[in-house]
Design a protein around this ligand. Structure first.
Ligand code: NIG
Ligand code: FE
Length: 412
């Protein structure tokens, strides 16, 4: 099937294949073509350019999109979309004055989600999660990383990862799986954290490898969770299995997690709400991409990742949703892009770069996703009529999307 879009008001993020991420000042540029055409062949982008150069012959379907913008689908590189139940009671507890940390200290938070997940069957977990994934597609997400981490036992972590694998096999979305066994210390191991780390290393990692269930490894490196030493043990043990780190660091405290991530060649370091100069210096001299999660800052009322500092010192930055039941119960990347502009002072161009190509880089898929490039997958957002792409972040909370295409097919 050969589809030709014509009269595209603005075709955004048109780049050569060689550009796999955007850094520093270059993030201010969002290459685009006004009054453009775009040709799709099967699931792939075949050609694009100015309407002045379009050739209509040998086209199965011509779609005139006058007034609409086309951009690559959002690439959401950090989510916990596989979970059971919800934590709306804790949300209300926070509104009544408890902090996220207070709730966790009382045995709620991640442990609460783990208890619910352990009691949920694999089938029910798949169903609940798939419903969220399908909703994300309608919101323009075309590639999604999903973490385990609400199992916290070998059986339940494997159950989560098998559900992620089933989503990978069922959904048209591009999915990457991350093993986050070290998300919290389970109740059973409260007084012997090392025994839980040993369980991760000696039981979970080998089985995950045997069943080929994960692409990446993650650790919640934070006070009260896993120390830099704990994190290092796990990253080291995951290395022989080829699991590249993507780690939770600096959400509440900065104590060397960023440096450790860089030392272990992490693909990304995520959160970074609290960031010191040492972290910035070490990141700057690495290929590790920082990932900001403004939905989490918004929902918990914690600081936003200092995007200006990171970008102005020459770094790349990616934006992701962190979709999870505790700190960011929304996976709406349109809103994430708005928040990045409104609360982190990113320009629309920077935010769109961060949520497309840089998001793809943070999942190691930017050779195939994240830009309008010949040979890349035809994962597209076709917007409602709008005067410019600036309206995407400007109309915060509104849905800018008319239609989405995944692998060359419209999804409705
Ligand atoms: O990225 N910070 C650690 N993990 C998640 C939140 C987990 C939860 O509260 O359920 C996050 O914010
Ligand atoms: Fe997270």
């Amino acid at each position: 099937m050969n589809i030709l879009f014509t009269h595209i008001k603005e075709l955004l993020q048109t780049r050569p294949k060689s550009e796999v991420k955007v850094m520093g000042d270059s993030m201010k540029d969002l290459p685009h073509i006004k009054n453009a055409f775009l040709r799709i062949q099967g699931d792939t982008i075949l050609d694009f350019g100015s309407m002045a150069d379009v050739v209509i012959q040998e086209t199965d379907e011509v779609i005139d999109v006058t007034g609409r913008i086309i951009l690559p689908s959002w690439c959401d590189s950090h989510s916990h979309v596989v979970y059971a139940g919800d934590r709306s009671q804790e949300f209300v507890d926070r509104l009544n004055g408890l902090s996220y940390e207070d709730i966790a200290a009382k045995g709620g938070g991640i442990l609460n989600s783990a208890q619910t997940l352990q009691a949920t069957s694999e089938e029910a977990l798949f169903e609940q999660s798939m419903e969220r994934v399908n909703a994300l597609i309608q919101l323009g997400t075309g590639a999604l990383e999903i973490k385990s981490g609400y199992g916290l036992s070998p059986e339940a972590e494997l159950k989560m990862l098998r559900v992620i694998k089933a989503i990978k096999g069922t959904s048209s979305l591009k999915i990457k799986a991350t093993f986050l066994g070290a998300h919290a210390i389970p109740k059973l191991y409260k007084t012997d954290k090392q025994a839980y780390i040993d369980l991760i290393i000696n039981t979970m990692l080998p089985e995950i490898h045997r069943e080929n269930l994960a692409d990446f490894v993650d650790v919640f490196c934070e006070k009260g969770y896993f120390s830099v030493d704990d994190t290092e043990q796990i990253l080291k043990a995951a290395m022989p299995y080829g699991l590249v780190p993507k780690i939770h660091v600096n959400q509440f405290n900065a104590f060397g997690g960023v440096g450790l991530g860089v030392k272990y060649k992490a693909l990304s370091v995520d959160h970074l709400e609290i960031l010191n100069q040492e972290d910035i210096d070490v990141l700057k001299n690495s290929n590790t991409i920082p990932v900001a999660l403004p939905g989490c800052s918004f929902f918990l009322g914690i600081p936003y990742t200092p995007a200006r500092k990171l970008i102005d010192s020459g770094m790349a930055l990616a934006l992701a949703s962190d979709y999870n039941p505790g700190s960011s119960p929304s996976g709406n990347m349109n809103f994430v892009v708005s928040l990045a502009c409104i609360k982190m002072n990113m320009t629309p161009e920077e935010a769109i770069n961060a949520a497309t190509l840089n998001g793809a880089y943070a999942m190691d898929i930017s050779e195939e996703y994240g830009s309008i490039t010949t040979g890349k997958k035809a994962n597209l957002i076709i917007t409602k009529n709008m005067t410019s792409y600036r309206q995407i972040p400007y109309h915060f909370g509104n849905n800018p999307i008319h239609k989405v295409m995944i692998n060359g097919e419209f999804v409705n």
